[in-house]
Design a protein around this ligand. Structure first.
Ligand code: ME8
Length: 501
């Protein structure tokens, strides 16, 4: 059986989850559900990044221990993923004992191999990003809370892997996606790569994983956090690891590309672990021309929208309105526009029309079709073509194109109903196998297939729709599955129009 291992970043536990976090996690969920639906064995990992100075400072401020602080904050992430129907297989916390042991094991292994050394370093340190930065990065203004720091620290010999990494990126066109991000990293690697400072003295930061060979230090948060991708699936101890690793997709936002496309692969090279297949960096959700982020105070809380307009409509909007790789701007108006045009007018309308007509005219039982005419045969063929198109787009992660293709099918059903006007022909001929019966059977089947295709995106509403047709989610995309005379119910208004907002 083919496998799919997909990961999201592990989010800083301190922050309140916002639309940006929800986007990456929903994207991973959609891809994971899609691959499951086509028969893959899948593993979907998400979690929280729980060490570092910001957690330590917040704990002090709130008069609790850092552990108490993270135990409280992790609940917000766990709850939100549950509410948004995120079907992850494991939730990793970097404070888990297993993870901490694996980080120590990695450090000790690298130290024993001579890949880590002690040195004195003076440089600019960004407290907000928790890493040393170059003067150029400081000048560019993307980093906050910058301090000059001079101290003894442990360094990982990252520079020695520079050529090997460049070669790997060039030989594996899918390693960093999209192309623009790959070029960005190759540009970064044009300049000499520094070694990576992987420790923090305890007198400056206590809340971290202790360095196994020097108890005066804790591990740098990024070195700790990146290892989650292998610590979660049994690295260094059991065979399970090989069944999942290498990861198929590390989904990330473009803000954390360097850590994933430079630090992480060089760490893996030094540990003799194969590299992930694809690091996919998506763009940002922007609010009024600025990245949505807690520090800018312009975040949209996903649950507010989900509670107001349904979880599925939020999932749909996020997947439909962002072209993977590009930035996308978020506004309440764009959400409502998309909702009304696609969900209320197209999908919701087709569900209502078909189920109400069958309820009224065929006693709520699926009509039996007669012979298909040219229009119907062409429509069934078109449905097949669209199913293939959706598959091609999903596999290439052209998510918004896949959705566009599914909605072209839904619009075809509406057009077909307009053409055949079963609400008129039914007045003349209500018989089984008659024109209206045939039209409604074809429409019901196309509605079922569209809903199956939409299932990874909107698992709740599509299940309700498919159940209303007396079916279970089957991932069967062939035409002609529903048996005539099964019960067809009207599922109620699943996507009521948003008026006068
Ligand atoms: O960086 N638009 O965690 P984090 C789109 N702990 N996506 C966004 C976004 C926005 N405006 N804002 C955040 C960290 N994201 C580290 C990761 S992984 C080993 C350690 C998403 O809480 C996007 O996926 O700052 C981004 O990369 C991630 O949240 C950053 O989450």
């Amino acid at each position: 059986m083919k496998k799919m291992y997909i990961t999201t970043p592990i989010y800083y536990v301190n922050d309140e989850p916002h639309i940006g976090h929800a986007y990456t996690t929903i994207l991973a969920d959609v891809i994971n559900r899609y691959y499951k639906s086509i028969g893959y064995k899948t593993f979907f990992l998400t979690g929280t990044d729980e060490h570092g100075l910001k957690v330590q400072q917040a704990a002090v401020k709130n008069n609790v221990t850092p552990q108490q602080h993270v135990d409280k904050h992790v609940i917000a992430f766990k709850n939100i993923w549950k509410k948004l129907n995120i079907d992850h297989d494991f939730f990793i916390r970097t404070t888990d004992a297993n993870h901490q042991n694996k980080v120590k094991f990695a450090l000790q292994t690298l130290f024993d191999k001579g890949e880590i050394y002690l040195d004195e370093y003076e440089g600019l340190y960004s407290i907000s990003e928790e890493r040393f930065i170059t003067q150029k990065e400081a000048d560019e203004g993307d980093f906050r809370e910058i301090k000059k720091i001079k101290e003894k620290n442990y360094f990982f010999k990252m520079s020695k892997y520079q050529d090997k990494l460049i070669q790997h990126i060039k030989e594996n066109p899918n390693f960093i996606k999209p192309e623009s991000r790959k070029n960005e990293i190759l540009g970064f690697l044009d300049k000499p790569l520094n070694d990576l400072c992987i420790s923090r003295p305890k007198d400056r930061l206590e809340w971290g994983i202790e360095i196994p060979f020097d108890t005066n230090y804790v591990t740098y948060v990024w070195f700790d956090a990146l290892l989650n991708y292998i610590s979660s699936i049994g690295w260094s101890e059991n065979k399970n690891f090989e069944s999942w690793w290498p990861a198929d997709y590390h989904l990330i936002g473009k803000d954390i590309l360097t850590t994933h496309a430079v630090y992480w692969p060089t760490m893996l090279m030094a540990l003799n672990v194969p590299l992930p297949k694809t690091i996919l960096a998506h763009g940002w959700w922007i609010m009024e021309d600025q990245k949505m982020s807690k520090s800018l105070g312009n975040v949209i809380k996903p649950l507010d929208l989900a509670e107001e307009f349904s979880v599925d409509s939020l999932r749909y909007f996020l997947m439909r309105n962002m072209v993977l790789g590009q930035d996308s701007s978020f506004s309440r108006a764009s959400f409502i526009k998309r909702y009304n045009s696609d969900l209320a007018n197209d999908y919701g309308n087709v569900i209502n029309r078909i189920t109400i007509l069958i309820k009224k005219n065929f006693d709520g039982l699926c009509p039996e079709p007669g012979k298909y005419d040219k229009t119907e045969l062409e429509l069934i063929k078109l449905c097949d073509d669209i199913v293939n198109k959706v598959e091609k787009n999903m596999v290439k992660l052209k998510i918004h194109d896949a959705l566009e293709a599914i909605f072209s099918l839904i619009r075809e059903i509406n057009k077909y109903l307009e053409l055949k006007q079963p609400w008129k022909t039914i007045k003349v001929d209500k018989s089984q196998k008659g024109d209206a019966a045939t039209c409604l059977y074809v429409s019901v089947e196309l509605l079922r297939i569209s809903s199956e295709l939409l299932f990874p995106f909107m698992p709740e509403k599509t299940r309700i729709t498919i159940n209303a047709l007396s079916q279970e989610i089957s991932h069967n995309l062939e035409f002609g599955i529903i048996k005539p005379y099964c019960s067809i119910e009207h599922p109620g208004a699943l996507f009521p129009r948003i008026e006068n907002d």
